[in-house]
Design a binder for this molecule. Structure first.
Ligand SMILES: [Zn+2]
Ligand SMILES: [Zn+2]
Length: 637
């Protein structure tokens, strides 16, 4: 029978060590403790959730397995701003996603965008990543406003997680973005109300003592996208985030030409611009052509048409709904983000038709009168299209008269998921049309030719590419040097957290050596922070190497093992076929425990656990070349 108090003391230190690497005497987390079990056999399963590893074992193991960049945040060595103009991209320049840029002059700060990035392969289990806002938290009182260029999540998605931390400044946004922001915010009712300032596509706003912001409409894929001209005492900064150039066979439309006409009489100090599609040559196909092609398919299909596209393609969705109406067809919308965007479309009366019906009325109409718009064209696991494809959708099962149209390109990283989706769709015998078969998708981000055209409309001194991976920014910088003869010293290529200063009355630009904190901030379930490297590292190790739990009962008086230790492992080796390995491991555990405890009174359990973890880990590596997470649980009885 386990001595109750002793057992709890052991558990306390197990739980403790999960977040702190040194064993201290803080009280344990009651939630974790409630997961413990009282009988020593059953304890195995539940204890697997807690862990204990010796510090020495952990650090030596980590060194060669998963090197971690030291993330020392050095915000204290940032020099005072003086009379310079500061521009700091906090996100969006080492990735596609989490766009956020700070502009600072004397006592005033304004921010452009506050986006999120979806998780990457190297952050397992993480919901998404947001910009690091420590620099802003330390300068809250200077923040005059947050400007939102448009309502996509990579520009607004971080708002619920950061707005409170940066002092809830006013948010300047056009109407569509405002509704997108409000809708998201409803999911976080504990947060204070946002200070929304809905502005227009052509407006001038005085803000703080030093800034005047002028907005102008630009083309993208969502209504109310805008660029900014930020007037500072040093000169004007033109902010052109996500942008494309509407064109017909490479010739910009009249409206595009008109949108950039204002720059003819402007001298721009610094231009910053989207680099997402810099690798693609020429002009992208026009959205008008895309819409025409989709309309033709809508007209000609013999049965139901199911269109998979991005919910963020708001303008295309509107066109599809209207085209369907033209041919007397009803629209069904499926997928959470798609429905939510449709609500905003309706709320803003952007739709002239009334042909959208609820999904449960789908069978009241002939199949050739139904067009469905669904999320999941990237093969997202639980999105509508995937459920249709793998036959788990409640209302739709595909048959040979259906047509599925994938109106989206393949986002790098999603290739595998899309392959699975396509396999499943083709198995259904429905006809499948992808963007490779027909011009049914155009990106919202201008190709190289479009970006070059915009560069040529604007007279600027300095250039800073944004919105893209580092290589994209490099290519965009090159474009500026080649097409605009921008001298290399006038082009800056930032990293997240780079502090760029314009000085000498606007004649010079430099990147400071000191950086704003830029460690990754992750949203993981309910917690947000930059201290979860340990958790991510564990998830990676669990995924790659599995885990190995040892439960051993030690006689506190003699230091001998009470019985042969229990071993539980997941994702490591198949235990039933590894009896030899288990037997030898048990011997090592027994030997380690009994040698370590010999003459020890009272027994230092942490010390024993460290030794067991170290020895077992070394042994398992020798035998299997795998490094499972070894979790010893030593019970005093
Ligand atoms: Zn966008
Ligand atoms: Zn974007």
């Amino acid at each position: 029978m386990i001595h109750k108090e002793k057992k709890n003391a052991v558990f306390a230190s197990i739980v403790e060590n999960q977040d702190k690497r040194t064993p201290t005497q803080r009280p344990s987390n009651p939630r974790n403790r409630s997961e413990q079990n009282t009988n020593s056999n059953g304890a195995g399963r539940k204890n697997a959730r807690t862990r204990q590893r010796g510090q020495s074992f952990r650090s030596s193991q980590m060194k060669h397995r998963h090197p971690i960049k030291p993330k020392k945040e050095v915000s204290h060595n940032i020099p005072p701003i003086g009379d310079n103009l500061r521009i700091i991209p906090l996100g969006g320049v080492e990735e596609i996603g989490k766009n956020m840029t700070v502009i600072e002059y004397k006592d005033d700060i304004i921010i452009v965008d506050a986006g999120l990035q979806f998780k990457e392969a190297d952050t397992p289990g993480i919901d998404f990543i947001i910009p690091n806002v420590k620099y802003l938290m330390e300068r809250k009182e200077k923040i005059r406003g947050l400007f939102i260029t448009h309502g996509h999540l990579d520009h607004i998605g971080a708002i619920p997680y950061i707005i409170d931390q940066i002092g809830n400044p006013p948010i300047y946004t056009r109407q569509f973005g405002a509704l997108m922001i409000q809708k998201r915010q409803e999911e976080y009712p504990h947060l204070p109300a946002l200070q929304m300032k809905v502005i227009d596509g052509n407006e001038k706003i005085l803000i703080g003592k030093h800034f005047k912001v002028e907005t102008f409409p630009i083309s993208h894929t969502i209504p109310d996208s805008m660029g900014l001209i930020i007037e500072t005492p040093m000169g004007k900064i033109a902010f052109i985030e996500d942008v494309r150039v509407d064109n017909m066979a490479g010739v910009p439309t009249e409206e595009e030409v008109r949108q950039y006409e204002k720059f003819k009489k402007e001298d721009i100090l610094l231009l910053t611009m989207d680099s997402t599609s810099i690798e693609k040559p020429g002009f992208s196909i026009s959205e008008t052509l895309v819409t025409e092609n989709i309309e033709k398919i809508i007209k000609d299909v013999p049965g139901r048409l199911i269109i998979g596209t991005f919910a963020s393609q708001v303008e295309r969705i509107i066109s599809i709904i209207e085209a369907a109406d033209k041919y007397g067809k009803k629209i069904v919308v499926d997928g959470r983000s798609m429905k939510s965007n449709l609500e905003i479309i309706k709320q803003l009366e952007l739709l002239r038709t009334k042909n959208v019906i609820p999904i449960n009325e789908i069978n009241n109409h002939k199949p050739d009168k139904i067009v469905m718009i669904a999320t999941g064209a990237q093969g997202e696991e639980y999105a509508a299209l995937m459920r249709i494809a793998n036959k788990t959708h409640k209302e739709i099962s595909l048959n040979r008269t259906d047509t599925v149209l994938l109106s989206s390109s393949v986002i790098p990283g999603n290739e595998y998921a899309i392959t699975k989706l396509k396999d499943n769709l083709y198995r259904s015998e429905a006809k499948v049309i992808t963007y490779r078969d027909s011009d049914i998708h155009a990106s919202g981000h201008g190709n190289r030719g479009e970006l070059e055209w915009i560069h040529k409309q604007i007279n600027y001194r300095f250039f800073m590419p944004v919105h893209g991976h580092h290589f994209m920014l490099r290519q965009h910088a090159e474009l500026s040097q080649v097409s605009k003869n921008t001298p290399p010293e006038n082009v800056v290529i930032p990293d997240n957290g780079s502090i760029i200063e314009i000085y000498d009355e606007g004649k010079k630009i430099k990147i400071l050596e000191a950086k704003a904190p830029s460690g990754v901030m992750m949203v993981d379930g309910f917690s947000i922070g930059d201290i979860q490297e340990v958790v991510i590292r564990d998830r990676k190790m669990l995924a790659e190497e599995g885990m190995f739990v040892i439960i051993a009962s030690v006689n506190t008086r003699t230091g001998k093992l009470k019985k042969s230790p229990d071993i539980i492992s997941r994702g490591f080796v198949y235990l039933r076929e590894s009896q030899d390995l288990l037997q030898q491991t048990r011997l090592i555990i027994k030997k380690t425990v009994e040698e370590t405890t010999a003459g020890m009174n009272p027994i230092n359990f942490d010390f024993v656990k460290n030794n067991v973890a170290e020895n077992v880990s070394r042994f398992l590596f020798q035998k299997t070349a795998k490094h499972p997470i070894v979790i010893p649980v030593i019970l005093g009885v």
